[in-house]
Design a binder for this molecule. Structure first.
Ligand code: GDP
Length: 384
């Protein structure tokens, strides 16, 4: 499964946000019969307006959203997650203060597919800021520097090794050369304070350096944690505006949430949530936005199954074939896969039903090689 690591300085709201995710997961547990909710696991539904449209057209008895999971570091050890996202918390200032432990934290981050950095944008004199004042740019710089230093260190060690040139045949020699040239390009970018992901590399170089799992190669989403009265018009808060600018120059995503509001929301019944959000001048929970942004960042895609019993959204990775996508529902579907009947979401909506889509020739029959597309509505044929 794919993993997202939640990082940030101490006291920025990571735990509050994470706990909101976990509470939310517990509240929704009944809707997710496919995932066991354990103490350190939070499942969040991925908001998707297409789900209800399909469900209405198919006159389904229920609509089941897809979900992604966030897992706390303690729960991570088991790692038996069925969801697509696993996140954990890392306090960066703690990382750099306690060096030995810091490296251990960083090695956890090395394994994630994307990084979610919570940045404090709320003022509250009762809550100590490690730098003495709310300063999101400084916070982002601290963490970027930490990541840059760690990558520089790793690259230096690796280049030293490569210089000894142990390759015996020409193929491994070429591979070493590609790794060396890739790393040198990245090294000079890092010296300029630029992340590895900003460097353009050949496919061969990318492949050759992949094993290093460089931290600045990973995509980042910034989560601006704001006070509740900033939720309606976040850009009125100068801190948020600054983070927006930074996120744009760093080619990173940005989501505004109020961790505190999310934590309060997670304790309310569903009907009361809408009322509370409306009173704050917003239509949707920030958790939903965060989930969607993480989903996109990780390269996840949604396909649907839709019938009278239920309409359901399923999560796959971009590039998955029809049998692999079927395997997300059940491994038997993948093993016994014969063909898939497929119609694009828009075609389904135009046709109004699966039957009409079939009559109009919009329903295609696809085989084992078919790459499932975003929004496909699928019907699998398989041998048991
Ligand atoms: P962490 O160290 O990053 O995990 O931060 P915590 O989630 O433990 O939050 C630190 C403190 O800030 C706690 O007392 C939270 O209640 C408080 N806090 C978190 N988010 C908000 C927020 O949006 N507004 C305000 N006023 N306080 C918050």
């Amino acid at each position: 499964s794919l993993k997202a690591g939640i990082v940030g300085l101490p006291n920025v709201g990571k735990s509050t946000l994470f706990n909101a995710v976990v509470e939310n997961g517990k509240a929704q547990a009944a809707n997710f019969p496919f995932c066991t909710i354990e103490p350190n696991v939070g499942a969040v539904a991925v908001p998707d307006p297409r789900l209800n449209v399909l469900s209405d057209l198919s006159k389904s008895q229920k609509a089941v959203p897809t979900s992604i999971e966030f897992v706390d570091i303690a729960g991570l050890v088991k790692g038996a997650s069925q969801g697509e996202v696993v996140g954990w918390l890392c306090d960066f200032r703690v990382c750099s203060l306690l060096q030995g432990l810091g490296n251990k934290f960083l090695s956890h981050i090395r394994e994630v597919d994307s990084i979610v950095q919570v940045v404090r944008c709320f003022e509250d004199n009762d809550i100590v800021h490690v730098n003495g004042k709310v300063d999101p740019k400084a916070d982002i710089d601290v963490i970027n520097l930490e990541l840059v230093f760690s990558d520089m260190d790793q690259i230096e060690k690796r280049l030293d090794k490569l210089k000894k040139g142990k390759a015996r045949d020409s193929q491994s020699k070429a591979k070493e050369e590609a790794e060396k040239s890739g790393l040198e390009k990245i090294q000079s970018a890092l010296l300029d304070g630029k992340p590895a992901r900003s460097v353009s590399l050949t496919d061969y170089e990318k492949e050759a350096i992949r094993h290093l799992c460089l931290l600045t190669m990973k995509p980042i989403i910034y989560v601006a944690n704001v006070a509740e009265n900033d939720l309606a018009v976040p850009e009125d808060n100068p801190h948020v505006k600054e983070v927006m600018g930074l996120a744009a120059t760093l080619q990173s995503g940005l989501v505004t949430v109020s961790a505190q509001v999310e934590s309060e929301l997670s304790e309310l019944a569903l009907e009361e949530r809408t009322e509370y959000l409306t009173s704050l001048g917003v239509s949707e929970s920030g958790l939903g936005n965060l989930v969607r942004a993480t989903y996109d960042l990780l390269g996840l895609r949604t396909y649907f199954t839709s019938g009278e019993k239920e309409t359901k959204a399923w999560t796959i990775r971009a590039g998955m074939t029809a049998p692999q996508a079927a395997g997300v529902i059940h491994s038997d579907f993948e093993r016994g896969f014969i063909r898939a009947e497929t119609v694009a979401y828009n075609d389904f909506v135009t046709a109004g039903s699966l039957a009409t889509a079939r009559e109009k020739g919009l329903l295609r029959s696809e085989g084992k090689e078919y790459i499932v597309q975003e929004g496909d509505v699928m019907l699998f044929r398989f041998n048991v």
